[in-house]
Design a protein around this ligand. Structure first.
Ligand code: PMP
Length: 323
């Protein structure tokens, strides 16, 4: 779908996957006015297909658009585009039973030629799809994380809450540092004091205090994950307390050592829920739940995937059924 100043959204079309031809002076290549989303379609036991909370992705896409000075795509148009692609590619949605899915990647970028720094007058919105296998084919395995102090992902007033490529470009070197420290993932801290935990690379974090789960509050510099939001509700359905709060790195280490912080996990569209095992930082190294997936973590994981794959009741109307 195209957007042109003065004309708005026009020329929606469903076409076979093909290369784009980009002018070397395309503004996106130089100034990164670009946003995207990620969501999944799952096969249900009866063979039908459903997407998980596309309306939430549509609204987050609008927030990202506003921050990047781009036009907002109507929620219905975003959902209709995802629906049309899933219908077209239905045969590519994997069989029910595993954790496989069809991953959808909606994105929008400035599609204008020019070297001046300003919001473009033309944009292109596209959705592509790809089958995604189970994130943990050999069984769920805790990830090790590195608490990053040398780099920050987002600053107050920046665009951390937006899903834009620049945030991911900024994360690559920190992710490489995490790998050099022997860790799977980087954990981002606040930009000013490097004390408050924000999120993991590509996933939000949850801290399990017995029967209460706590996730870092939305400060404006972390992404408002749709899995994160769903778990605030789902945990309550299962009888846990769930809340947003502030977790510092000192607290993380201290509460693990004194036994009150019983599990830590990360959540996002890609892996649903991932236990956190070893934590490494300049302030020391410690391990959650003896390096095993925690009980609450795995219960929430099963409950979420059961809704997504259609084996549990969808009490909150999260699934968009596409027949
Ligand atoms: N944080 C970041 C930086 C991410 O890229 C993602 C993945 N979209 C998440 C959190 C989790 O968000 P969601 O649950 O919507 O996938």
């Amino acid at each position: 779908i195209k957007w042109t100043e003065g004309r708005g959204w026009h020329d929606a079309e469903l076409t076979p996957y093909a290369q784009l031809s980009i002018d070397p002076a395309n503004m996106t290549l130089h100034y990164a006015q670009e946003i995207f989303e990620g969501l999944k379609a799952y096969r249900r036991p009866d063979g039908s297909v459903a997407t998980f909370r596309p309306d939430a992705n549509a609204r987050r896409f609008q927030l990202s658009a506003r921050r990047l000075a781009m036009p907002e795509l109507p929620v219905e148009t975003f959902i209709a585009a995802c629906d049309a692609l899933v219908q077209q590619d239905k045969a590519w949605v994997p069989e029910h039973g595993g954790e496989s899915s069809l991953y959808l990647r909606p994105f929008m970028f400035a599609n204008e030629v020019g070297l001046g720094v300003r919001p473009a007058n033309e944009y292109l919105f596209i959705v592509i799809a790809s089958p995604a296998g189970a994130y943990f084919p050999g069984g769920v395995k805790p990830v090790s994380v590195w608490l990053s102090e040398n780099y920050v992902r987002a600053v107050p007033g920046g665009m951390g809450f937006a899903k834009t490529g620049g945030n991911y470009a900024a994360s690559l070197l920190a992710q490489a540092e995490a790998a050099a420290e022997g860790c799977d993932q980087v954990v981002w801290l606040d930009a000013l004091e490097h004390r408050t935990v924000e999120e993991m690379g590509g996933m939000n974090l949850y801290f399990v205090y017995g029967d209460r789960i706590v996730t870092p509050e939305l400060t404006g510099s972390l992404l408002a994950g749709i899995t994160r939001d769903s778990l605030l509700t789902l945990a309550r359905d299962l009888g846990y307390g769930s809340e947003e709060g502030t977790i510092t790195t000192d607290q993380w280490k201290r509460d693990t050592e004194n036994g009150t912080l019983t599990e830590v996990f990360a959540c996002g569209t890609a892996a649903a829920i991932t236990p956190v095992g070893t934590v490494k930082s300049t302030g020391g190294e410690w391990t959650q739940s003896n390096g095993e997936p925690g009980k609450v973590t795995m219960e929430l994981r099963r409950a979420l995937l059961a809704i997504q794959t259609g084996t549990a009741e969808d009490r909150h109307g999260w699934m968009r059924e596409l027949g």
